[in-house]
Design a protein around this ligand. Sequence first.
Ligand code: ZN
Length: 52
Amino acid sequence: MDLKACDVCGPAAQREILSAHSTSVGLVIYLRCACGSVGVRLIAYEGAWRES
Ligand SMILES: [Zn+2]
């Protein structure tokens, strides 16, 4: 997963992690780019999408 990719600047963007929150489905990470764009990435836990 390309965490640093910016919707505006593309994959070469330099983004910093503002915060990360653990949720029931995965880790939600808030990122801010040098251009000012703020993005959110969700890193799903292994097998989190499967319901038994
Ligand atoms: Zn950017």
